[in-house]
Design a protein around this ligand. Structure first.
Ligand code: KG4
Ligand code: ZN
Length: 342
């Protein structure tokens, strides 16, 4: 059994020999009105959700606690209060059932979500992991030997989606809403600049600023000029009349930033097995453009099933399945910031 509670999803999964028997996730609507995750509220919601979520994961898998051979949990990275709920729960189960405890790194688990279903990538493979807190290009030599060769120097790709959505007046998390409106819009309508960042690293904070300026002057330019400032009503009207095109143009730029670095990574490493993972890999624009880029460049492309993209315990189970010997002592602490280095 695996438990995931690093941010604002409480999830439990049951896995047998690498096969997922159940994957139950409770989302937390409590953050919507705050425009982002409120850590204290997230911890409390995890405490409310964890028993019913674990219970349902066992029921769907048609198993009882007595059948479980090991308990896995997300150790890091994440919000410490959220991580503590899942880790203490998993430790309690392991202690009470006298079974091994397996600690999992959340970012490694996102990558290994690609090994849940067939077809699976063979090693070595590259993975672009794009989530609300991270944006990384990872070389995976084995399920446990992973090296980060590029990452964001400021915001994560998911944050770029969520913060852009917030500027457009959309509720949190805005990524899926941008995706939805973008499907009805013209991506070529508005032009947002591509940052020039060295090597395989990413930056999204400049994009956010240029969107902010563009909206502040109701579409006149990406550059801030006091004399161009539009009134609040004009700004709102501009957004309402152009929402789909704005979403499509913003999404296209985020996707092009991600894929241009992924292409560079593939060229530099010579690796042709290429995956995406993390919450943003649920984005339909990224999924489509990734497949097209893969075809043009003769890559073997892999995308996890939709339910294994955003935070879920099935990926934690998958990572635990590949790390069965890493038995954690009960005193092992949750950690908000462990890096993905082996
Ligand atoms: O991996 P994840 O569930 O949690 C973290 O580990 O951070 O990723 C959450 C992020 C959020 O920023 C959310 O807006 C984004 O993934 N996301 C999407 C979509 N679905 C989730 N972004 C764009 N399009 C989507 N369809
Ligand atoms: Zn995640």
């Amino acid at each position: 059994m695996a438990i995931e509670s690093s941010c604002d999803e409480t999830s439990a999964a049951v896995c047998r020999d690498g096969m997922i028997l159940s994957n139950i996730t409770a989302n937390q609507a409590v953050h919507e009105k705050y425009g982002g995750v409120v850590p204290e509220l997230a911890s409390r919601a995890h405490m409310q959700n964890i028993v019913p979520v674990v219970d349902q994961a066992l029921r769907v898998a048609s198993h009882s606690l007595q059948d479980i051979d090991a308990f896995a949990f997300t150790q890091s990275p994440g919000l410490i209060g959220s991580l503590l709920v899942g880790s203490q729960f998993a430790k309690s189960l392991a202690l009470s059932r006298s079974k091994p405890l397996i600690a999992v790194h959340h970012m490694q688990a996102h990558v290994l979500a690609n090994l849940i279903d067939d077809p699976k990538p063979t090693f070595p493979f590259l993975c672009l992991t794009v989530s609300g807190g991270h944006t990384q290009i990872v070389v995976s030599e084995t399920p446990t030997a992973m090296r980060v060769i590029g990452e964001t120097i400021d915001d994560a790709a998911g944050e770029a989606f969520d913060k852009s959505a917030k500027l457009l007046g959309l509720p949190y998390p805005g990524g899926p809403l941008v995706d939805k409106y973008a499907s009805q819009g013209n991506a070529g309508r508005f032009h947002f600049p591509e940052p020039q960042i060295p090597e395989l690293n990413f930056s999204f904070s400049g994009l956010k600023t240029s969107i902010l300026y563009f909206l502040q002057n109701a579409g006149k330019s990406n550059v801030y000029k006091e004399e161009n400032l539009a009134s609040e009503n004009e700004q709102r009207k501009f957004i309402d009349e152009n929402l789909a095109d704005l979403c499509a143009s913003i999404q296209q730029r985020i996707v092009s930033i991600l894929l241009s670095k992924l292409k560079k990574a593939a060229l530099l490493t010579g690796i042709r097995n290429i995956c995406i993972a993390g919450g943003v890999s649920a984005n339909s624009g990224l999924r489509k453009a990734f497949e097209e880029t893969g075809k043009i460049n003769h890559w073997n492309t892999f995308i996890p099933a939709f339910e294994y993209c955003t935070d879920n315990a099935a990926m934690i189970a998958s990572a635990a399945f590949f790390n069965p010997k890493v038995v954690a002592p009960l005193k092992l602490q949750a950690d908000p910031n462990l890096s993905l280095a082996y």
